[in-house]
Design a binder for this molecule. Structure first.
Ligand code: SF4
Length: 480
């Protein structure tokens, strides 16, 4: 029987539905970041329930038992139910919240995002369809999202409701038409054939991507940087998968052409003049600088909005003109607002002169600008740092590509290709999302040994980010 999550998977890609039903073991395990998002979703749902004090939770996990429990609760006069279950012969749904009103049932789906997204509409429409087919008179269908204006001391409510009845009703017919076919697909013996496409990588990405993409050649058309799916898909449909098979007259921009040339020749494409000019802007001392941030759906600190990022860690390698280098770092280890200590440490690390090198520097620029507006007394210092930011990634976006970059410019990809012996492999933490999840675990960890391990992993990860920038910088100096 089709549940909401199965319907949504099948609506995007039939193969995804079939695999989730028949070969779930092929799905990639949830990452730390995904686990944390799920945990935040649960927290948000629990808080949303507090807005309905008379609500009755349908606790049964088994669907038949949950349907019986729902009927019993309604028969006993419950007017608000959490996780109410309803089904027909085709579909099964559990609604986050349903509330009885004089006009009928108000169906509410709770989302931890700060706004209603277009992918929420089929979600709420499926619930509406299932509820109505099961005999519930639905008067209204809404999405309850976290209010981005909320702070702990504001008068603004944490949640806001958006009425999506009209949109959900307009999708109802579409859902009704799709349900029989998707139910049939669930019972198919054989895996359906679906060509890879934009749906594989659309946010948040498909859990079966590693499986479906396993036979793509290393230098597939999917590695061409910034090539839109509307240009990739026609190539794939024509069987042009390896970028070596792209027709000579296929339209590519300068960056894409340079990458294809690198792959075809097997040699890096280096614009030495461009790199030299970019490097000329650097002045000593050079601060190689990286920030780690976190964001929570429910704000942890005063004056923070839902989903607002805040920094909890930085690493900085300081390179002097004579070649000497020293390392400074900061990691907030307590379960308190990290920003005051972060600001102190940052301003005693980065001086008033010299370049500040970051990788994808717009991120550091935006975080420092936010700190400046939150702490006016330090604003001139922050503005000075932002004004001296120099983006190392820009070199790889404009002047340097390598066949082994796979069309990417991330520091995790560039580092091991250009600097032998240095890589993120083997680190306890290997990306920013995992760092945020680890930091959250660390600050609330009651086991000192485990806390120390997490802190060491975080420091090692962030330190490698700035050491990587130093080594890449040295490599660039040799190349020009
Ligand atoms: S990776 Fe793409 S083709 Fe495979 S199941 Fe997911 S969305 Fe479908």
């Amino acid at each position: 029987m089709l549940t909401k999550s199965k319907f949504l998977a099948g609506d995007v890609c039939p193969k995804r539905l079939w695999l989730s039903e028949n070969r779930p073991e092929l799905a990639a395990p949830a990452s730390e970041a995904e686990k944390r998002r799920a945990e935040q979703g649960r927290t948000v749902t629990e808080l949303a329930r507090e807005y309905f004090p008379s609500g009755v939770l349908i606790s049964a996990v088994d669907s038949s038992a949950a349907i019986a429990e729902t009927k019993e609760a309604i028969a006993n006069g419950a007017t608000v139910l959490f996780e109410a279950a309803f089904s027909t012969s085709d579909v099964l749904a559990r609604a986050d919240i349903i509330e009885k009103t004089p006009a009928g049932w108000h169906l509410i789906e709770v989302k931890s995002s700060g706004s209603v997204k277009k992918e929420h509409l089929p979600d709420v429409a499926f619930q509406l369809y299932a509820a109505e087919e099961a005999g519930f008179r639905v008067s209204c269908a809404s999405v309850m999202v976290v209010n981005k204006e909320f702070t702990r001391h504001s008068a603004v409510e944490l949640f806001r409701l958006e009425d999506k009845t009209e949109e959900a009703q307009s999708l109802r017919r579409d859902i009704q038409q799709k349900v029989p076919a998707l139910n049939m697909l669930l019972k198919e013996q054989n895996e359906p054939f679906v060509q890879i496409g934009s749906y594989c990588t659309a946010d948040p990405g498909c859990e079966f991507k590693d499986y479906c993409w396993r036979n793509l050649p290393k230098d597939s058309v999917c590695t061409i940087p910034g090539l839109l799916w509307k240009k990739k898909e026609p190539l794939i449909e024509r069987g042009i998968i390896d970028l070596r098979d792209i027709p000579a007259d296929f339209s590519l921009n300068d960056r894409q052409r340079a990458y294809v040339k690198a792959v075809l020749s097997g040699k890096p494409q280096v614009d030495k003049k461009g790199i030299k000019e970019h490097l000329l802007a650097l002045t000593y001392p050079i601060y190689f600088f990286d920030i780690e941030t976190d964001a929570c759906a429910i704000p942890r600190y005063d004056d923070i909005h839902p989903h607002q990022k805040f920094p909890f860690q930085f690493s900085c390698h300081i390179l002097q003109e004579d070649g000497t280098i020293k390392h400074r770092e900061f990691l907030h280890t307590e379960d308190s607002d990290p920003r005051p200590a972060f600001i102190d440490a940052l301003l005693s690390t980065i001086g008033d002169t010299g370049s500040v090198v970051a990788y994808h520097a717009s991120f550091e620029g935006s975080e420092l600008t936010k700190l400046a507006s939150a702490s006016p007394e330090y604003a001139p210092r922050f503005q000075s740092i932002v004004g001296r930011l120099w983006d190392e990634e820009a070199i790889f976006l404009k002047h340097y590509t390598h066949p082994d970059f796979g069309g990417r410019t991330s520091i995790k990809v560039v580092l091991p290709v250009l600097v032998s012996g240095l890589s993120y492999k083997g680190l306890g933490i290997q990306d920013g999302d995992t760092a945020s999840a680890a930091w959250n675990r660390m600050v609330t960890c009651r086991n000192p040994a485990k806390k120390e391990r997490l802190a060491a992993d975080l420091k090692e990860y962030c330190k490698l980010d700035t050491l990587a920038m130093v080594e890449i910088y040295r490599h660039l100096k040799q190349v020009i």
